[in-house]
Design a protein around this ligand. Structure first.
Ligand code: NAI
Length: 272
């Protein structure tokens, strides 16, 4: 028996990276897993990997930015498994560009997926999580939800917003009679496809950016999934994923707003 045995867990953005690793690890630990993503090929591979653990798996194409679709999906998962215990709002995209280089549409797309996707998933599943009597909302922010970096204003805005939304929800659940735990996750650099799939302003060399990211990302998605699930088991408010995340968190506490100048210089030198 594990903490997750027999529980129903939903993972968005499960076709790749952290989402796939979470889905497989949840399957290994005895959960029934609902996976969704816009990438149906990647999703089919995740479905195969989760099924190979012996877990019950439901797989669906879902764009988390499409609110109506998310609401219908939440009902379908509840109907299929009879209940929902955990939702991992993980789907996300990245974009690199200075504020004066980005179009409004670029910023809106990041907010639609990275912020509204999390809000849609949280609100759609919250009634079922409350009803389960043993619910858990796990929202994936980023270390970029703890500190800002040049060229990341849209992503920073979305990830800071996820953090505020999630921390407030946690406080509300603590004050209520609902047995729903809430965890905000802040990964550091994880070796996934995020930078390769990312958008960038025209003046930026996307391949070069992805190359720089690959050199800096230290933690495997499998290790990230284990760290996240340990935090979930312990009902943690905040989970930092990777030594880099722990170190960044310490530096910003010590330096206060002084980190901005420091990180701007270091980030620029690292080619980010
Ligand atoms: P990834 O690119 O490997 O996986 C993200 C998945 O989300 C992909 O399968 C993609 O198809 C899916 N997705 C994108 N837009 C979607 C939409 N509208 N609806 C449904 N699915 C959608 O990236 P990774 O790294 O696994 O990212 C997972 C989460 O972790 C994201 O929220 C990301 O912002 C966050 N994160 C990642 C870090 C990293 O270093 N890789 C660091 C900090 C946070």
């Amino acid at each position: 028996m594990t903490h997750f045995t027999g529980k129903v867990a939903v993972v968005t953005g499960a076709a790749s990276g952290i989402g796939r690793a979470l889905a497989v690890e949840l399957g290994r630990r005895g959960a029934k897993v609902a996976i969704c993503d816009v990438d149906t090929d990647g999703l089919a591979e995740t479905q195969r990997l989760v099924a190979a653990t012996g877990a019950d798996v439901k797989s669906d194409r879902l764009d988390v930015a499409e609110r109506e679709q998310v609401l219908v999906y939440a009902d379908a998962v509840k109907e299929h498994f009879g209940r929902v215990n955990l939702v991992f709002n993980n789907a996300g995209i990245a974009f690199t560009g200075n504020v004066d280089e980005m179009g409004f549409k670029d910023i809106e797309r990041i907010m639609d997926v990275d912020f509204w996707g999390v809000v849609n998933g949280t609100k759609a599943f919250l009634p079922a999580l409350i009803e389960s009597g043993d619910g858990h909302v796990v929202n994936i922010s980023s270390v970029f939800g703890l500190f800002a970096m040049p060229t990341q204003s849209a992503y920073n805005a979305a990830k800071f917003a996820v953090r505020g939304f999630t921390e407030s929800l946690r406080q509300e659940m603590l004050l209520s009679d609902h047995r729903v735990k809430v965890t905000c996750v802040h990964p550091g650099g994880i070796k996934t496809n995020i930078a390769r799939n990312a958008g960038a302003a025209e003046s930026r060399d996307q391949k070069e950016l992805a190359h720089s990211f690959d050199k800096l990302a230290r933690t495997s998605p499998e290790k990230a999934a284990k760290i996240i699930l340990r935090g979930v088991e312990r009902g943690k408010a905040r989970v930092l994923v990777g030594m880099d995340a722990v170190m960044f968190d310490k530096i910003i506490r010590i330096t206060g707003p002084g980190y901005q100048r420091l990180f701007a210089r270091v980030g620029h030198r690292s080619g980010l």
